[in-house]
Design a protein around this ligand. Structure first.
Ligand SMILES: [Zn+2]
Length: 164
């Protein structure tokens, strides 16, 4: 038997992990305490990742907005035409044969984008994996061609398509 340095409980030796450097070859804390510490570490790490992503977005928001504004003003006529085409394309790209379940699935993807936006603080949009008006390809407004991604990624993708 051995006493755990964390919880103070006296437990059988099997309850302790191995550690060569120790005098008795075992860790000072029991497996349960060790597992708990790992969970806490993972949880803290995840939180940190999220904070980092948020901080990056906050730090770059202004620059991003400025470059978007410049781009928009330079491309206004083209952009207006694009918006018209996109709206029309969206309507014709939605197949008549979509079932109610599939239409609900589309709505769920939009809801997912909203959920990600409020949970991460980073704006998310619904992206067409295959663009509706690509060169040579034409994607559909169907559930399996949609995904929720951060808005910045979506915008840079459409910029690329337009500027190519
Ligand atoms: Zn313990």
């Amino acid at each position: 038997m051995k006493q755990c340095s964390k919880c103070g409980e006296v437990k059988p030796l099997e309850a302790f992990g191995k550690r060569k450097a120790s005098k008795d070859g075992l860790r000072s804390e029991c497996r349960k305490c060790k597992a708990h510490a790992a969970d806490t570490y993972r949880e803290a790490n995840r939180e940190q990742e999220r904070e980092r992503a948020k901080a990056w977005y906050e730090g770059n928001r202004e620059q991003h907005a400025t470059s978007m504004k410049t781009w928009r003003e330079a491309n206004r006529p083209r952009r207006n035409a694009l918006i018209r085409a996109y709206k029309a394309g969206l309507a014709t790209a939605t197949p008549m044969w979509l079932s109610k379940e599939q239409r609900d699935a589309i709505a769920a993807i939009y809801a997912e984008a909203d959920r990600l936006t409020s949970e991460t603080g980073i704006p998310h949009h619904v992206d067409h994996i295959i663009p509706l008006k690509g060169s040579g390809v034409c994607g559909l407004h169907v559930p399996w061609n949609l995904r929720a991604i951060p808005a910045a990624e979506n915008l840079s993708k459409s910029n690329r398509l337009i500027l190519d």
